[in-house]
Structure formats: structure tokens, C-alpha cells
Design a protein around this ligand. Structure first.
Ligand SMILES: C[S@@+](CC[C@H](N)C(=O)[O-])C[C@H]1O[C@@H](n2cnc3c(N)ncnc32)[C@H](O)[C@@H]1O
Length: 298
């Protein structure tokens, strides 16, 4: 059995995803239990191959969890006091905010819940090394003009090795400049494109070249060659798909990193079209809202 923790206020998307995949589930608070070995996109974390443990006391619960692994994050769905007391008897886990490009936690992070007084459901195998998939950064509240920069921080800290300094990259839909700022800090040569202007303090960064025009109108053939393509453009997923397909065929881009944004409900048919692109991955990162992160190495 797997258990997925739904993202706060995106429970309906997880339900729609499971229904779309023909997976029947049982719901306990924000935890969705199902018998397939599937890890949903719209989950904050998924606990894989969960075990059911019978416990006779709080101490027995601590002892049995400790015997299975070191790190445990609780998602409490009932019997909260008892669950909390068990958690307090387990080794402390680190909830401190991290820095950009901080080292990955070395040890796996288990997940558990107390189903009733005598029953723990737990997994030592989860989709995140951070407690319940929560990744908090020590934020920079001075320079970045929007909180969107946290998405790229999370992406490069958790999911992908950054480009070499000096690489030329393009940032589509870049205003007010959070992503361009992150990329410029990584010592990349950034071509930044938006119909709206960048914040002045971002536009004046020397390794950012700003083009104020529609990203969809750019001709890859007449552009300086770029190796990484970033897009945080607000547009329909179908339009983004056509846009990246064009750049895949007509440019020297090797890596694509894009947010797929949904205005209404998520469209799983178009999500599957993105997933069909070879070497593609999609996740819902902790800092994504009603959108998914798609990336691909050509
Ligand atoms: C979510 S914001 C981007 C935030 C940005 N990544 C940051 O870190 O500050 C989406 C942007 O897409 C831009 N956009 C929408 N349609 C566009 C188009 N056709 N060409 C270029 N940019 C577009 C909007 O102007 C808006 O600035």
C-alpha cells in the first residue's frame, strides 16, 4: 500500500489524478491510501510500501518505529496527543530552513501516522528526504522581486545539477525577475524575455540581457545559441507544449525547465503528453502552487 499526502488546498487535484489513473483510494484527512505502487504528482510526499504495526503502548510505538529507521515525520490524523508523545520519543529531526544548494539530507525520512490507538501505519521509503516533503529556505527578502525565485532554488537544490557557470540560458516569462536573478547569481549568461519589464535592480545586473517582447514570437534560428531553456510563462499547457516542441526541434537547447500552469483543473491528458517527451520528469515541488514543474534533457 502507498499513502500520498495531498498538498494543502489541492486535495481535489490528487483525487482527480487518482481517479484519472483508475486508482481507488481511502481518504483519512489529507492522507490518501491506495493499493497500487504509484507516486502521484499532486502529492507533497508519498509513502511507499507502507507497513501496519500493532502497538500496545506509547513506548511500544516508539520502540517499533525506532527499530525500523532513524528519521520519522508524523502526519497526525487522530489521537493527536498519543501520536505526538510517540513522535517526541523518536530521534529529533531537522526542521531548520536550508540554504540554496544545501547538501541533501544523508538519511531517508520515514513517514507515519496513528490510524487508531493500537495501529501505526508507516513507511521507511518515501519520495522526499525532507519531513513530509516540506522544504523551507532561509529566504532572501531583499533582492528578489518576487517569491518565484524559491521555485528555482528548490529545483536546483533538490532535483537537478545546475548548469556550469558561463552557460548561456534563456528565461521566458521572466518579469519581475526572480528566476533571472537566481540564474545570474549562478554566473550564467541570462537572456531574459517578457512582455512586461524587469524590476530595475534586476535589469541592471550585467549578465542579464533583457528582451521586452512576446516569448512566443522569438525565432530560435536567429537567436544566440542557448543550452538551457527556462519558462515560467503564464499560458495554457497546450501552448507551452507547442512552444517547447518548437524549441526542441529548432534550437540548440539541451535542457528544458518549465512550470506547467493550470487555470482551472489540471489536465492530465496534456500532462501525459509532456511525460511522453523522452527524458522528461514532472513533480509538484513544495514551492509550486497550482502548477507542476516539468524538465527534460534532450
Ligand atoms: C509567474 S510570472 C513569472 C515570474 C518570474 N519567473 C519571476 O521569477 O519573477 C509569469 C510571466 O509570464 C509573462 N508572460 C505572459 N505571456 C507572455 C508572453 N507571451 N511572452 C513573454 N512573457 C509572457 C507575464 O508577463 C509574467 O511576467
Amino acid at each position: 500500500m502507498n499513502i500520498a499526502l495531498a498538498l494543502y488546498q489541492l486535495e481535489s487535484e490528487l483525487e482527480r489524478e487518482l481517479i484519472f489513473r483508475n486508482i481507488s483510494f481511502e481518504k483519512h484527512d489529507r492522507l490518501y491510501f491506495f493499493e497500487t505502487n504509484y507516486c502521484p504528482l499532486f502529492a507533497q510526499v508519498t509513502w511507499i510500501n507502507c507497513q501496519t504495526i500493532t502497538i500496545s503502548s506509547i513506548n511500544d510505538g516508539m520502540k517499533k518505529l525506532k527499530a525500523l529507521g532513524r528519521n520519522w515525520a508524523l502526519f497526525s490524523i487522530g489521537h493527536h496527543r498519543r501520536a505526538q508523545l510517540i513522535q517526541e520519543g523518536l530521534p529529533k529531526i531537522n526542521h531548520d530552513p536550508i540554504t540554496f544548494l544545501a547538501q541533501h539530507p544523508q538519511h531517508p525520512m520515514g513517514g507515519w501516522t496513528l490510524l487508531n490507538e493500537q495501529t501505526i501505519i508507516c513507511s521507511t521509503e518515501t519520495t522526499s528526504r525532507y519531513p513530509l516533503g516540506k522544504i523551507e529556505f532561509i529566504e532572501n527578502k531583499e533582492v528578489p522581486p518576487s517569491r518565484a525565485y524559491l521555485k528555482l532554488w528548490e529545483f536546483f537544490t533538490v532535483h537537478c545539477t545546475p548548469p556550469e557557470p558561463g552557460t548561456t540560458v534563456i528565461d521566458m516569462g521572466s518579469s519581475p525577475g526572480g528566476w533571472s536573478w537566481v540564474l545570474s547569481q549562478m554566473k550564467l549568461n541570462v537572456i531574459s524575455v517578457d512582455k512586461a519589464p524587469l524590476e530595475d535592480r534586476i535589469a541592471s545586473i550585467p549578465n542579464i540581457t533583457f528582451l521586452q517582447e512576446s516569448a512566443f514570437a522569438l525565432n530560435p534560428h536567429t537567436m544566440k545559441p542557448v543550452r538551457w531553456f527556462f519558462s515560467d510563462i503564464i499560458c495554457y499547457p497546450e501552448r507551452l507544449l507547442a512552444f517547447v516542441t518548437k524549441w526542441m526541434h529548432e534550437s540548440s537547447v539541451e535542457h528544458f525547465v518549465c512550470t506547467i500552469k493550470f487555470q482551472g483543473e489540471a489536465d492530465f491528458t496534456v500532462i501525459d503528453q509532456f511525460l511522453k517527451i523522452p527524458n522528461s520528469k514532472i513533480v509538484h515541488m513544495y514551492h509550486n502552487k497550482h502548477e507542476l514543474m516539468w524538465w527534460c534533457r534532450k
